[in-house]
Design a binder for this molecule. Structure first.
Ligand SMILES: CC(=O)N[C@H](C=O)[C@@H](O)[C@H](O)[C@H](O)COP(=O)(O)O
Length: 222
């Protein structure tokens, strides 16, 4: 993880209904990010991970967003999804590590152990709360990310970034911590590192053309 230390990781994702949700486009975004200083990228879906891996040399944090009926867990929910993400070329597998009900019979510790033992990849645990971060580390997660702060029932009254969550993790848990979610400016990214994050992920503020244009457009209409 030291090669991600104190660096910028760019999340290159696009809504599924966007023309940007295309392996060529996502790979071009990743390449542009790396050309300009990103030391890692975060990529959704095996097909995009594979396309990005053909273009960049930096570590890829891979995930697969999959909706499964009966569970709110959607970031690489099952081990089978992690297998596909690893086979596509991800260096680190990001998974939902909230305390919400998981689909199927796999417990968090099961999926982390399988990823370690069978896929031989480190795990980034996407969490929403301090409790989830602690449980994820106890279950063997290698990296903790504040990714899901603000996106779960437990945190829906708050908006990312989870500065307090980040600080709590930095001060109390011995882990590599990534600040992810809601980083909207270079100053906020710097603040994340100043608060003790080991690295910072920036997504929509850099690569979120659809939502950015929508925001500009609706501001002009009002
Ligand atoms: C909550 C969730 O599903 N987050 C996803 C995780 O991969 C992505 O949609 C985000 O874009 C990413 O976390 C980066 O965050 P932001 O775009 O706010 O910089």
């Amino acid at each position: 993880m030291t090669n991600l230390s104190k660096g910028l990781i760019v999340s290159c994702q696009a809504p599924v209904n966007s023309p940007l949700h295309d392996p060529y486009v996502i790979a071009a975004m990743a390449q542009a990010a790396v050309n300009n200083g990103a030391i890692g990228v975060r990529i959704d879906t095996p097909i995009h991970i594979q396309a990005v891996g053909e273009k960049v040399e930096v570590p890829i944090i891979g995930l697969w967003k999959q909706i499964i009926t009966g569970s709110d867990v959607y970031i690489t929910p099952l081990y089978d999804h992690a297998v596909a993400v690893a086979q596509a070329g991800a260096d680190i597998i990001a998974i939902d590590a909230t305390t919400r009900n998981r689909p199927g019979n796999e417990k968090l510790i099961d999926i982390i152990t399988l990823i370690h033992e069978k896929l031989e990849k480190p795990v980034m645990a996407d969490v929403d709360t301090y409790e989830a971060a602690k449980l994820a580390i106890d279950a063997g997660a290698d990296i903790v990310g504040t990714t899901l702060f603000g996106y779960t029932a437990a945190t829906q009254n708050y908006s990312p970034p989870g500065w307090e969550l980040l600080t709590q993790i930095v001060e109390n848990l011995d882990t590599f911590v990534i600040c992810e979610g809601g980083i909207a400016s270079p100053e906020m990214a710097k603040k994340a590192l100043d608060l003790g994050a080991d690295a910072v992920v920036v997504g929509g503020a850099i690569t979120g053309i659809d939502l950015l244009v929508k925001a500009f457009h609706s501001a002009l209409e009002n």
